[in-house]
Design a protein around this ligand. Sequence first.
Ligand code: ADP
Ligand code: MG
Length: 351
Amino acid sequence: MFLKIENITIRLGKFNLKDINLEVKEGQYVTIIGPSGSGKSILLENIAGFYTPNKGKVYLKGEDITYKNIEDRNISIVYQDYVLFPHMSVYENILYGLRKKSTEKIDNEKEVREIATLLNIDHLLERKPLTLSGGEMQRTSIARALVVKPELLLMDEAFSALDYKIKKEMRKLVKDVAKKYGTTVLHVTHDFEDVWAMADMCVVLRFGEILQVGKPDEIFAHPNSDFVANFVGTNIFEATVVRKEPDLTILNADGFEVYSSCEAKIGEKVRLSIRPENIIITTTKIETSAKNEIEGMIIKVEKRGHIMELSVQINSIILIVMMTPNSYEHLSLALHSHVFLSFKATSVGLY
Ligand SMILES: Nc1ncnc2c1ncn2[C@@H]1O[C@H](COP(=O)(O)OP(=O)(O)O)[C@@H](O)[C@H]1O
Ligand SMILES: [Mg+2]
């Protein structure tokens, strides 16, 4: 295993990072999510070497690095604020990473220009950081972190200070560069779009413990607990398994039937989960291959940024559905509209 975190426990005042176990393969892009104060930064900084654990081991490429000095680890970390030297040019800032590291003579200039080109800052190399935009400064920080070809790149909310459009560009740039270099990345974020757009694997932390590890679609569509479901904004409600068909489980949820492609036994009481964005909303019954079609009424409409969030009531159950303001208008929806919701059996998770 490329990175192996084994039973890591860190006690800091009242906070405990408890018995963390995690395995990351070479080249994987891992996002770490969780509420504020759940220990995400402490976990990253332990891997970087800033915190020595009370218990447990960290292995990188099979080597025990638990007590290795920070500067002897080939690990780079990028934070939310761009920690650049204001008196140095972009070129010198990136070069700084290499100066710290290399004892042998390598072609430093070539390395700096190569990474600067990949991150689209090659035209800014003579500039001083304070003359750059936020996105350009953050690309410089990432270039400095990557120029040493680290074995691990750690990012702690690295995109948080950037605006929506720049963030979108950064995701693609960083993902492409990490892929080109084969860099393994651990990226702490509170933005679920980072998870969707970048992650091969996602870790959910709460109160210093790992609650769930999985591919993004597993976490979002099949959360393993109420906490994860609520945290990632998934619809959940109780249901009982009433029938089985080949590859399908049919459940009764407060009087209406729901089809799921997940396994459960007849009679079992389970929780259903459905992502808001996997629900299609229409005003008339439509021809669809989706197994699930239910009727309800819009009881709340809220605008959240670029998206409309509708609450649709079906008996006593309320489902959240997301749509763009455009399609909301196009369908002439309004409060108390009568609607049909359809979603595939594969979108329905059970736990
Ligand atoms: N040096 C410290 N001493 C005591 N408590 C700390 C220390 N550093 C962080 N904490 C506490 O540990 C908890 C987790 O912190 P952190 O890893 O920064 O959370 P986050 O998930 O928001 O990144 C927080 O409650 C924080 O106040
Ligand atoms: Mg933090």
